[in-house]
Design a protein around this ligand. Structure first.
Ligand SMILES: NC(=O)C1=CN([C@@H]2O[C@H](COP(=O)(O)OP(=O)(O)OC[C@H]3O[C@@H](n4cnc5c(N)ncnc54)[C@H](O)[C@@H]3O)[C@@H](O)[C@H]2O)[C@@H](O)CC1
Ligand SMILES: [K+]
Length: 539
């Protein structure tokens, strides 16, 4: 399923209306009706199984409670002056038709509505649906059962102005369930940034295709549960018009990335069939990072995993995970990576099917060892087609080098897995700016540097070197704990060794890693007690 910007949605709507000839009013009618249908299901508790709209992956099913929402009281339908307001007016009509009482509240004088929205205003008036114009403090919210937010949609620009802002604040403060039309008013549809104020919806019914902002935080939180309602946009039109951002679902993995998440193992396969990973990770203070990474590579299905470690550590790690092979690297008795010869690591890697470098590599501040030179020598000595995952401290070495743009390109086989702090060091942008537009920044970096970029954090973004982006819905806040990144790097390396192309390996890896985290969290009393090692058994 594609994720669209407001501009892309406008292009798709326009094409459907102008080139295909489906009248605008038909799309709007479908939208308003789907919105009403969702509200009726919450009021009547009739369930979601037979609904046309689909629950967006990563969204929880809306909970209508024991009694259903609204307790028989009218629903306040908040109407803005654009087409989003038109959707609200159509929803109000269908709610009334189905026996749910409504009160239309125009944010601005109804004379200001134009086009289709004005036509819906006139229809509502002829049907004598109760309506009034908003005045601050004049709405008795306690008399309402719920709220439909049809104030602002994809035509929003910037922070809601008055009187919208005051109305949004009152709606949020009412404590009533809010169902947003297309997106919560105040949400930036492209980036997921929320204005002050922004509607806090319990449920969002989005029309045609999900907007990017609905799956990126904090927008994902403001949207609540997201239902995607078909409104008559032809299947395949988004792809035809060049949309290149997807929600990472099993269908996306299968149909866009050709990576079947449930692919069976070959009945006659042997350990050689599934590739051999070399893990260069772990140092004296952080041997666990290497162990988690290497074990995760095994759990991802790689046939063989060799864990390279500085020689001094090797003895103490014997038997730590019996399925792993250990490869001590000469370290002059110092137990750290930067004392090891990168050419020796490259030679070891050349005989394997994938290399992951970075977890627990150490930065050795003040050691006098030049981390920048170390990583570049490794990079240049590796066979250019050898699949490579660069994680954690290796990314920091790369950032310190400062001249990565001048390094030789290895576009088909390189995956970087930074969290926002590491990407901040790589790009020189403040982490805050990265978080404000994770999709945009990740896409730009991957395109510019010819790598597959995995930007970690809630709703991990995978960007490939050709401009395609995938947003992962799996995972939970319990996974914000040391070591989960090491597990992810190992999983991706394991998939690379099995022959998945870089982007498919990265996408399948983040999807499975998040799903493993969700299964592990479900088994614990609280997700907060999750530790990285819990993920291994769930992979
Ligand atoms: N174009 C189409 O074919 C369809 C559009 N649909 C609906 O139409 C919406 C888009 O409609 P519009 O493009 O008319 O835009 P909106 O209805 O989102 O909002 C535009 C109106 O809000 C005002 N506005 C913008 N930013 C504001 C701010 N910060 N504070 C206060 N007012 C602000 C504008 O002046 C304009 O009057 C979609 O979100 C969707 O709900 C659906 O009916 C489906 C079909
Ligand atoms: K809205």
């Amino acid at each position: 399923m594609e994720l669209v910007t407001a501009e892309e949605m406008r292009r798709i709507d326009r094409h459907t209306i102008d080139a295909i000839g489906i009248p605008e009013i038909a799309l709007m009618e479908n939208a308003g009706r789907a919105l009403a249908d969702a509200v009726v299901r919450l009021v009547r508790r009739t369930g979601w199984h037979d609904m046309d709209a689909i629950l967006l992956e990563g969204s929880k099913e809306p909970d209508a409670g024991e009694a259903g929402w609204g307790g028989g009281k009218p629903w306040a339908v908040l109407v803005g002056k654009g087409h989003n307001g038109g959707d609200g007016l159509i929803a109000a009509r269908h709610l009334a038709l189905r026996g749910v009482p409504v009160r239309i509240i125009y944010a601005t004088p109804p004379e200001e509505l134009r086009g289709e929205a004005a036509r819906q205003r006139d229809i509502a008036e002829r049907l004598q649906l109760p309506a009034g114009v908003y005045a601050p403090g004049a709405v008795d919210w306690s008399a309402m059962g719920g709220i439909v937010d049809a104030l602002l949609g994809t035509g929003t620009g910037g922070t809601p102005r008055e009187p919208y802002a005051a109305l949004i604040r009152e709606a949020n403060a009412s404590g009533l369930p809010i169902v947003a039309a297309d997106l919560p008013s105040g949400l930036d549809p492209d980036t997921g940034q929320t204005a002050d104020p922004c509607i806090r919806a319990t449920l969002t019914v989005t029309f045609g295709l999900p907007k990017r902002g609905l799956v990126q935080y904090p927008g994902a939180e403001a949207a609540g549960t997201v239902l995607v309602a078909p409104i008559g946009i032809p299947v395949g039109l988004a792809a035809e018009l060049g949309v290149s951002t997807w929600l990472l679902t099993p269908e996306t993995l299968r149909n866009v990335l050709d990576a079947d998440p449930d692919a069976p193992r070959q009945p006659d396969g042997h350990k050689g069939t599934y590739g051999h990973v070399l893990v260069a990770a772990g140092t004296r203070a952080m041997s666990g990072a290497g162990l988690l990474c290497a074990t995760a590579a095994l759990r991802s299905g790689a046939g063989l995993v060799t864990w390279a470690v500085p020689e001094l550590l090797a003895e103490s790690l014997i038997g730590a995970q019996p399925e792993l092979m250990l490869a001590p690297v000469a370290d002059g008795g110092r137990g750290d990576w930067l004392a090891a010869d990168p050419l020796e690591v490259a030679a070891m890697a050349a005989r394997r099917d994938a290399l992951v470098v970075g977890p627990g590599l150490g930065r050795v501040p003040g050691s006098g060892v030049d981390g920048r030179g170390w990583l570049r020598r490794l990079w240049e000595a590796l066979p250019p087609e050898l699949p490579l995952v660069v994680d954690a401290d290796a990314l920091n070495h790369l950032a310190e080098a400062g001249d990565f743009a001048a390094w030789p390109k290895r576009p088909d086989a390189t995956v970087f897995t930074p969290h926002p702090g590491e990407l901040a060091r790589l790009t020189g942008l403040p982490a805050r700016d990265i978080q404000r537009d994770r999709i945009g920044v990740a896409r730009e970096y991957a395109l510019r540097h010819g790598v597959t970029l995995v930007l970690k954090g809630a709703r991990t973004v995978v960007a490939d070197p050709f401009g395609d982006v995938y947003v992962n819905p799996t995972g939970n806040p319990g996974m914000a704990t040391g070591g989960t990144g090491d597990v992810l790097a190992g999983v991706i390396a394991g998939l690379l060794a099995q022959g998945y192309p870089a982007t498919a390996a990265a996408a399948l890896g983040v999807y499975r890693h998040g799903a493993a985290g969700d299964r592990a969290a479900a088994k614990r009393r609280s997700p907060a007690s999750l530790i990285a090692g819990d993920l291994l058994a769930e992979l």
